[in-house]
Design a protein. Structure first.
Length: 372
């Protein structure tokens, strides 16, 4: 009969021997930690030299040794504590702010492994026949160290990604200010001058087709400028919150009307990033169309999961339109994006009855990144 490599051996003696080995390792744990720091200081590793960094480094080392003790005392595979590894991930980002590169974490991990391995070997000689328990402890040591290094690397990458995003957003904000202050202000001045001209002329000027076209062109320039500014200022970070991204877009538009209500039901953050990005762009397009054409007093956006489907809708109480002429309302991009997503797009509207756009997007296992 086969046994798992982490299974208990028969009889009480092997278990007792494993616990004795664990107790002996526990007794020398403070010495291991002291030796660990001394080795880091000799190598001028900032994780040992920097007192603030050493506090968290020591905590990680204590937990790694505790994993080894747990294997010896309980004859089980180390439990994966999500909280512990998330903390290791956060430390990966914190190290950058401390000016400590990931190479120092790798070197520190190598030092800790060598120190604990050597001491485990010496302790094992006190208990003849404990080779099997020694191997389990070493495997636990290796696994615990590697998992923390992995999480630290992820935290390091996420921190750098945020830095890049923030730098890019600062550039976009600067560009948005330039567009708003230069083009937007110039268009506003031009429109005011035109309106003043109309007031100083006879009533016939209002029937001048060329002036009407000029006024419309200036107003369109204002709308496009506002749209560009909102696009630049809205940080597309839908992996964190689709609702926040949509709300930021609405806020950036700075419109008194309509009132926009957004309800995104995704408490478990199940929306895959690829789908979140496309959904954001599609829902934003719906908002743009409603702002430009609907003359609505209220717009409601709703998104929720339904098994393996994401259902989204945008409803307004505006003037409505003839769906057969949808391309005239800037909805062609919605049709194209929904086709690429394999989504179902339904547009319901009638003159004087508002408009409803409904999206039904399939979410496959490959989108979640999961596996059987």
């Amino acid at each position: 009969m086969s046994h798992s490599s982490w299974g208990s051996a028969s009889g009480d003696e092997p278990k007792s021997q494993a616990r004795q080995l664990a107790d002996r390792l526990g007794e020398i744990r403070p010495d291991l930690i002291n030796a660990y720091r001394q080795a880091l200081v000799r190598q001028c590793n900032p994780l040992g030299v920097n007192q603030e960094a050493w506090i968290t480094c020591r905590e990680q080392a204590e937990q790694i040794i505790a994993d080894c003790l747990g294997v010896l005392r309980e004859e089980r595979e180390p439990l994966l504590d999500v909280g512990v590894y998330l903390k290791a991930r956060r430390l990966g980002g914190a190290r950058i702010s401390q000016g400590i590169g990931p190479i120092h974490s790798v070197r520190a991990a190598s030092v800790l492994f060598q120190i604990v391995m050597d001491q485990l070997g010496r302790v094992a000689t006190e208990f003849p026949g404990s080779e099997r328990h020694l191997m389990k402890a070493l495997l636990a040591l290796q696994s615990s160290i590697i998992r923390r290094l992995e999480q630290g690397a992820i935290g390091h990458d996420l921190f750098l990604l945020d830095v890049v995003r923030d730098a890019a957003q600062q550039g976009r904000n600067s560009m948005a200010r330039e567009i708003h202050d230069r083009i937007g202000s110039a268009a506003s001045v031009a429109l005011r001058q035109l309106e003043l001209y109309e007031l100083t002329q006879n009533g016939d000027v209002r029937t001048d087709v060329r002036l009407a076209a000029l006024k419309q062109a200036i107003q369109e320039t204002q709308y496009i400028t506002r749209d560009l500014v909102s696009e630049l200022r809205t940080r597309l970070d839908t992996t964190r919150s689709l609702q926040v991204a949509l709300s930021s877009f609405v806020t950036a538009m700075a419109l008194d009307k309509p009132v926009v209500e957004i309800a995104v039901d995704d408490p478990d953050d199940r929306l895959p990033p690829r789908i979140a990005d496309d959904l954001y762009l599609m829902l934003r397009e719906c908002l743009r169309n409603a702002f430009a054409h609907a003359s609505a007093s209220r717009i409601d956006i709703a998104l929720a999961f339904d098994h393996d489907l994401v259902r989204a809708s945008v409803r307004d109480d505006g003037v409505g339109f003839d769906p057969e002429r949808r391309t005239g309302h800037g909805l062609a991009s919605l049709v194209e994006r929904s086709r690429l997503l394999g989504a179902t797009l339904t547009i319901t509207s009638a003159l004087g009855e508002g408009t409803t756009v409904e999206l039904c997007v399939p979410v496959g296992k490959e989108d979640h990144g999961g596996a059987e």
